[in-house]
Structures are given as structure tokens and as C-alpha cells.
Design a protein around this ligand. Sequence first.
Ligand SMILES: [Zn+2]
Length: 136
Amino acid sequence: MTGREGDELRDDDAFRDWDAAYVLGALDPEDRRAFEAHLRHCASCRAAVAELAGMPGLLRMVSPDDAAALGTTAGAEAEVVELASVARAAHRSRRRRMAGLVAAAAALLVVGGVAGSFVDRQPGHPRQPCPRAPPR
Ligand SMILES: [Zn+2]
């Protein structure tokens, strides 16, 4: 039994799935204040937030060019908005854990890239591995 301290307590914790949404800035102001008040006396949620603290930084490491290379036309800003939407959805369902959120975010990047390719081109056109703007 070497799980994270307080894991059993977190099962009964109404805030236990708010960590990722909080870290990604997806909580509305009222929920954010409630969660921050909860963090003051909940060590397990503080630990969960600390574990996720690097996630926005990691996501920011994806440059706009890399995001565009995934096939999206809107670039990195759209990815951030979509990730916030995913986090909000996870927060509302209160069933998803970090792994689910990260998997959803990764799937979103891939699906967004594929969808972007199909939106840009005719349906059924072969997808190019790394679309680039033609030189001018
Ligand atoms: Zn808590």
C-alpha cells in the first residue's frame, strides 16, 4: 500500500476531479474560488494539483508550427481552447481522472489534426503526413 497519501479519502472528495480543470484554467471563477478554499485544507487535492502543475507548460512546448503540422489551420490557440473545453467537460462529469483527461487531450490533438486535414482538403483525399504552406 504505497499509494498517494489520502487516496481513500479522495474517493469521497467532491473536489477530487477538479484538479486538471483547475490547472488548465477551465474552472469558472466561482468554482475556482471554491476549489482554492478546499485546497487550503485538503492535502490530497494539493498533491494532485502539484502533480499536474507542469501540464500547461508541457502543452505550451507544442509550438504553433507543430500544432499546424498536425493539420489544424487555427494553430495553437484553438488547441488551448479545446483543451479547456475538455477539462470543463471532465470537471462537469466528475468521473474522469488525470489519465482520462490527458488521453482525451492527446486524442483531441490527433483527431483535430485528422479533421483539419479533411476540412482543408476534399473528403477522401490522401492525408499528407506533414502539410506545409507552399513557398511564396
Ligand atoms: Zn480534496
